[in-house]
Design a protein around this ligand. Sequence first.
Ligand SMILES: [Zn+2]
Ligand SMILES: [Zn+2]
Length: 333
Amino acid sequence: MLESYLTWLMEELATAGSSLLDLRKRVSLWYLLSAVGFAFVVFYWRYGKHGWQRLLPYVSPKVWLSRSSRTDVGLWLCNRLLLALLIPKTLTHALWISGLYYYWQKQGLTPLGLGWSTTWVMVLFTFCYVIADDFSRFFTHWCLHKVPMLWAFHQVHHSALVLTPFTVFRTHPVEGVLFFMRSLCVQSVMVSVFLVLFPNQVSLWQIYGVLVTTFLFNVLGANLRHSMVVLSYGPRIEKWLISPAQHQIHHSTDVAHYDRNFGVLLAIWDRLFKTWLPGNDQQTLKFGTGRAIDRTGVIGHWWIPMMDCADVIRHGVAKRCRNLKKRLTIREP
Ligand SMILES: [Zn+2]
Ligand SMILES: [Zn+2]
């Protein structure tokens, strides 16, 4: 029993380690390096030969060896193990795609028969998928801030005092499950609908289009948004794409920055929801929630949100009881 548990543990840890070399993962060695290359070119272009100095926080041992950064890595590994136990291996995207494929057909969805070439189908699929995926990420993130019960869990991501690319993994397992469900919904719905509407034209090429977009997003500095390197995309591009500087504003302790820049790829959702704030290279920010959770380890980051969530539920129930009592007293003659 113990032996098989240890084997499983070692296998999961080895998978986590090898994911650092996987081009499909955002935090892979290749994208960590390409982020440096991308920022180097931009800083050189903007600030000349001394521009590279702006990259120094990216490799600072003070940042990487800080307690906050060690907690990021601890949460990454511990959450991986916990979610591997919680989410059944049978709950795959393929299973949901095939289930939905038959469901849409039963609902009367039929092929469009437009006679489009596979290239055009791929372009349409990539466009729809990227939009749906990015909006669902934005909206889930918006809910995590606006619903007190969900904020109790999302505060884990905001408790980082310094940002490193591993801060992206700094989440509570409950948030991990939420984002897993989000990805399951978006991928299954999009792929199954396209399979019905464009039969025999759904091939790896369509998925390839999405992979290319993700690849570009990762190559062009996705990892810089969780780093101490301040890089804006400039006034014109900032309006359309979320820059590292914009996401750093999202982590800022400044009250004026609360609930700003929820987006991941596109800035248009934040502009529509009036939560957009452009970043700039000169901004200096402090990070964290200012609460005790900022200085705790993995156990604290698992435990405190559950206590906070229980508090929110308790207060909610007490408030409802008070309101009900008030209404009943008013009705009494
Ligand atoms: Zn957030
Ligand atoms: Zn973040």
